[in-house]
Ligand binder design. Structure first.
Ligand code: TRP
Length: 454
């Protein structure tokens, strides 16, 4: 079959615009609004932000192009795509490891992502019920620790979030994904801008901006650089096959380069806006920037509780955050679900059910790592911390290196040229240099540096 006739059996986006919406929906999620601010706070602010932005531009965009390209050429699940493309390039089937590790990483990430998605759900109801009206920083912090301290409550919300996710996944690309991703992303963006507006009134906006943007390199350590790089991969959904599988549904006439740039800009824009909204509130209320995964759940309620119309606004905000988390969570499990369909001939519904139950079970480890198992640590990390570290900081960057090496060195230049369809030779050469040399070397250096070997 000619490559131009290859199509994914799992579906096709109805237009370039749907693909942008879907990929942006996958990229923009808890990673931007929950994780980016708390990591920034834990890693001392500006220097972390700078490394993150450099990683998005220099590694993220070229690797996203590489992943879409692989997906569109292979037109299948990440595992099968790598198998087909390894054959096509006459190289070893070991490259399938990209697909395997990615499929596994997606499931591991979803297991804890769903728990945090559950927090968002619970906070919708707390906001609607007026829990935060007039809240102080202390009150918000106490509410949060009482909430996460209950294994049973987290268990329930994790379960609800997982059911929501698998429900959409079971519906398939056209029925489920497309409809879900067309939702309300722009509204979330506007709400964030309004939150930044509120932060300007706290009197601590300048301090928040300085924290985010005045580089203080004394705060930069090997570990914080690794975490900034891991966050760039996480936030853009790179290195695990999400983008590859979404790429497999992309129509042939879509420009891969400009689409990748658009997705990266939107994603980074949302993360920076979230930071600008949250840190002024942190400083105005004497909260701790490095307080960890609870940061937005301890700061935003204080703002909502003390602004006019905050009850409605806060409820709306958490609803939109839920939707952002939802469009990301479906992308995390899509590689596993389609692989089960392809390999065992399951129906989409059955494949979703199995994947969902398994991931849900694994998620219980994260549920309990905030209460029952909080003291149970390995190398000082709880179950949740460990899972996050291994996936974001190791599996995604390593997956990214392998993708870069495969696309940069093994695929023939005429194939990559044909897929990317970049007319300007200088831009193609720059992309090639980035995936061949810069991305693999940079990821490697950051990893070695973080384990203290450099
Ligand atoms: N990028 C999403 C977020 O920021 C999460 C996500 C979706 C993801 N798909 C992924 C992370 C694939 C890593 C890999 O919330």
């Amino acid at each position: 079959m000619k490559i131009s006739e290859r199509q994914s059996v799992h579906g096709q986006w109805s237009s370039r615009w749907t693909f942008i919406m879907a990929a942006t929906g996958a990229a923009v999620g808890l990673g931007n609004i929950w994780k980016f601010p708390y990591l920034t706070g834990q890693n001392g602010g500006s220097a972390f932000v700078l490394v993150y932005i450099v990683c998005v531009a220099a590694l993220g965009i070229p690797l996203m192009m590489a992943e879409i390209l692989l997906g569109r050429r292979g037109r299948s699940t990440p595992i099968r795509t790598m198998q087909v493309l390894a054959e096509e390039t006459n190289t070893t089937q070991w490259w399938q490891i990209i697909g395997w590790s990615g499929t596994l990483a997606g499931m591991l990430i979803l297991s804890y992502y769903s728990v945090i998605g559950g927090w968002t759900l619970a906070y919708i109801f707390k906001s609607i019920g007026g829990t935060f009206n007039g809240a102080s920083g202390q009150f918000a912090a106490d509410t949060f620790s009482a909430f996460t301290g209950s294994g049973t409550i987290l268990f329930i919300w994790h379960t609800v979030f997982m059911v929501l996710t698998m429900g959409v996944v079971a519906g398939g690309v056209q029925g489920g994904l497309e409809k879900a991703v067309q939702f309300l992303m722009p509204t979330l963006f506007i709400l964030l801008v309004l939150m930044v507006g509120y932060s300007m009134t706290t009197g601590f906006f300048g301090k928040g901006l300085a924290f985010l943007f005045t580089p203080d390199f004394s705060k930069l350590t090997g570990a914080s650089m690794l975490s900034a790089m891991g966050q760039a991969f996480f936030s853009l959904s790179l290195g695990m096959g999400t983008i590859m599988i979404y790429g497999s549904y992309v129509p042939r006439d879509t420009s891969i380069a400009s689409t990748s740039v658009a997705i990266a800009l939107a994603d980074t824009g949302v993360a920076l806006l979230a930071g600008m909204a949250i840190f002024p509130i942190v400083f105005a209320n004497n909260l701790e920037p490095g307080s960890g995964p609870g940061l937005i759940f301890q700061t935003l309620p204080v703002a909502f509780g003390n602004m006019t119309g905050g009850q409605a606004f806060g409820s709306l905000f958490f609803i939109l955050l839920l939707i952002a988390a939802w469009t990301s969570s479906i992308s995390l499990i899509e590689p596993l679900v389609t692989w089960l369909i392809e390999t065992y001939g399951m129906t989409r519904i059955k494949a979703s059910l199995y994947s969902g139950i398994f991931t849900w079970l694994l998620g219980l480890g994260t549920v309990w790592s905030f209460n029952r198992w909080a003291e149970l640590t390995f190398l000082g990390l709880t179950f949740f911390d460990l899972l996050d570290f291994v996936t974001s900081n190791l599996m995604l960057p390593l997956g990214g290196i392998l993708i870069a090496l495969f696309v940069g060195w093994l695929m023939r230049a005429d194939s990559t040229k044909a897929e990317l369809n970049i007319h300007n030779p200088a831009i193609y050469a720059a992309w090639q240099a980035l995936v061949r040399y810069i991305a693999p070397v940079a990821v490697f250096i950051v990893l070695l540096n973080a384990i203290g070997l450099l």
